[in-house]
Design a binder for this molecule. Sequence first.
Ligand code: NAP
Ligand code: MG
Length: 490
Amino acid sequence: MSSAVDASLRTPNQLWIGGEWRDALSGKTFPVLNPATEEEITQVAEADSADVDLAVAAAQKAFESGPWPKMSVTERARLLWRIGDLLLENADELARLETMNNGKPIFESRQVDLPAAAACFQYYAGWVTKLEGATIPVPGNYFNYTLREPFGVVGAIIPWNFPILMAAWKLAPALATGNTVVLKPAEETPLTALRLAEIFETAGVPAGVVNVVPGFGPTAGAALVRHPAVAKIAFTGSTAVGKEIMRAAADTLKSVSLELGGKSPNIVFADADLDAAVRGAINGIFYGKGEVCAAGSRLFVESSIHDLFLEKLTERAGKLLVGDPMHPKTRVGALVSREQMNKVLGYIESGRGEGARLVCGGEPAPQNGKGFFVKPTIFDGVRNSMRLAQEEIFGPVLATLEFRDVEDAISQANQTVYGLAAAVWTRDVKKAHKAARAIKAGTVWVNTYNILDTASPFGGYKMSGFGRELGKHALDLYTQVKSVWVDLND
Ligand code: NAP
Ligand code: MG
């Protein structure tokens, strides 16, 4: 298979701390795999709490002294813009690295993740020179104004599904607002985060402003959350780990923002453009192998069009090319790890056991006997009470449910602990807007799915987390407001 370990790709494999590449103090390393071939790509240094201490100290020093706090806003803006340019210049290589490490189709990493990561840095480059405080009318002879100040050291902890893009979503606004960062990538996918560190160095980001510490959640991740000198934790990952982080952050009263899981409803009304809705349902669940927090994993179809819709949907799902992620026509790549594949296959078994009807897929699809591939899988006859409809599977598994009318659709859609995203498909403008208001989710798409832009806020309701990333909202996540009073009395 052409996606075997590609020796032409740079695969930095040490910790990036204080502007230097270093081994872990323990000397430990861990293997990083290509999930499409199961081959080891490289061994990467494994940070633990001692390395995290060094990284936080470097970030603290860079925040307090040296060039970073003195840098003019125009220079900082230029720096962020340059990072975006470098990401675009190196997009082919970075996309291949991302695909080799994560298993996602090259089509996605090259056409979506890399341009979006670059756009994120360039969008926040624009904000650097526009962060303003306010002057506030107060009684008495006083002058009162506000300053928006960075927190200091930000700990960023990210998952494996969009490694470089999640790093960009956190780093770009954190740096734009003047913080310094210690980034812990997911254990499965540290490679593009480390290449990003090289890019920061090339762009001229001062030593210690960004530090990258690959390692494991319970050791490196937890050390970052516990560290008293880390002022803020920005986390994307599972709801279970999000809860642990919130508890652990309480000891040092850190600011925390959480982007967590989802079980997003995708609702197709009988009056929708059905072919467009079929494409949207496919994209909603099979894009990114379904390892997408906003995946449209619960498909609600109005009863009157159910049979026709399922027929069209199944036909289209069967045409998706599953296989070598490096092939430009591949649309469903390998799941990130054996563990994730087994979790997904376990849910498929449980769906059968709960009495849902398997319409297509439902089994592994190894290529030449290798790789963590699972066929695009659709279940019909799912009820909202089933695990298949309530638990986040994070794989290419769609649960189809029926509804009678708008009220029934909205009531069923909201029967979940999650609230990350949702979509409605209809030609009726009133119905679309009513549903958009009634669904408890941070993003609602109308007649589309999975559209995101750096300028538009993204985040969860309910147990999908809190805080909004992207757009101007992310600036609030990385700044605190200071009120300054000046006595003008004679
Ligand atoms: P995860 O297990 O929650 O891990 C996320 C990150 O947290 C990883 O870097 C992980 O390290 C680290 N971590 C684990 N335990 C920790 C602890 N006790 N303290 C500090 N850090 C800890 O999630 P995942 O398996 O990587 O990703 C899949 C999940 O993320 C899904 O549930 C998905 O819904 C969610 N997700 C949400 C969004 C969103 O925007 N809302 C986006 C992407 C993914 P290790 O790598 O060592 O485990
Ligand atoms: Mg994990």
